[in-house]
Design a protein around this ligand. Structure first.
Ligand code: DON
Length: 307
């Protein structure tokens, strides 16, 4: 269904998609093959109206933007206390692919960095779920957030699996310390699959607003997670979602958010709006250059800063 595109979003696209700064993620070979000039932005209101501008139907893989949703599903399936026993909620101050573990407990510092997200992945679904059951729980859960059935990009998944040496090393570390109980290869396979779901900015905006409403998808009207789960996820996005740029992001943009190396960023402003941006060139933190610029602009123009 077509939705109106306000002139404002078109203006944002023109203002924020001008430069060629940044680089494509190349440690996942398939991601280096995308058109670097794509740009799209979407906003979803609390009553489920979606506004878009740019390549709004372009699909890209969700990558690290899957992490808050997988965290939400783990919290739903295992409860907040059980998940906290395995994964902490402190900003690491490190890049997303660092081995950031708490010294005494050995827990990954938070669920937004890779080592915490691999651990969190193993907590989706009921205790004792098989790999297939967990994959299906994730597919169903992510799809409920988006309000449509999401599909995996097998080429991106396989491309990443061929080069996932760091993630395998980290899965083995948390297995060795007993933080995860699953086979580490299975955990990395499932986590990599989780990162390979295809989304559009429209999906991101709807998924984001489903957190902003406190867990109800306003398009399908389905309650996807409880309000306390949505609050926990938003809190962790606010403090850890932008990795070692989380402090800068909170002070300049002020919206709980998460980025992915495919070039997407989504933001969820509690009680107000869900936002999604896509532009593949990345800065040194692994965030979309134009995506960051767009969020800075939206936050300023629309006075979206939380503080
Ligand atoms: O595990 C990885 O390295 C990728 N599948 C996801 C990393 C990512 O998106 C980092 N975020 N900006």
């Amino acid at each position: 269904m077509k939705t109106p595109v306000p002139d404002y979003l078109l203006e944002i696209r023109d203002l924020c998609s001008t430069g060629a700064d940044g680089h494509l993620a190349d440690y996942i070979p398939e991601l280096a093959a995308v058109d670097p000039d794509r740009f799209a932005v979407a906003a979803c209101t609390m009553d489920g109206v979606v506004y878009t501008a740019g390549d709004a139907d372009a699909e890209f893989t969700i990558q690290s933007m899957s992490k808050p949703f997988a965290y939400a599903l783990a919290l739903r399936d295992r409860g907040i206390e059980a998940v906290l026993e395995k994964v902490a909620v402190e900003p690491s101050g490190d890049a997303f692919n660092q081995i950031s573990l708490e010294r005494i407990s050995g827990r990954p510092r938070n669920p937004m960095i890779n080592i915490g997200a691999i651990t969190t992945h193993t907590l989706v679904g009921p205790v004792g779920a098989t790999e297939d059951e967990r994959d299906e729980a994730l597919a169903a859960g992510l799809s409920s957030f988006a309000g449509r059935r999401l599909e995996v990009d097998a080429a991106v998944m396989n491309s990443e699996l061929r080069t996932a040496f760091r993630n395998r090393a980290m899965a083995n570390l948390v297995r060795a310390s007993g933080i995860i109980e699953d086979d580490p290869d299975e955990a990395v396979r499932g986590y990599t699959r989780q990162c390979a779901y295809r989304v559009t900015v429209r999906d991101l905006a709807v998924m984001a607003v489903t957190l902003a409403t406190g867990g109800i998808n306003p398009v399908t009207r389905e309650r996807v997670v409880s309000a306390p789960v949505a609050r926990q996820v938003l809190a962790v996005m606010a403090t850890c979602g932008m990795y070692d740029a989380a402090g800068d992001w909170m002070s300049t943009v002020g919206i709980p958010a998460k980025s992915g190396v495919s070039g997407g960023i989504f933001g969820a402003l509690p009680g107000q709006v869900g936002l999604g941006v896509f532009s593949p060139r990345l800065d040194d933190h692994g965030h979309s250059v134009e995506g960051v610029r767009t969020f800075e602009r939206l936050s300023r123009d629309l006075e979206l800063h939380l503080m």
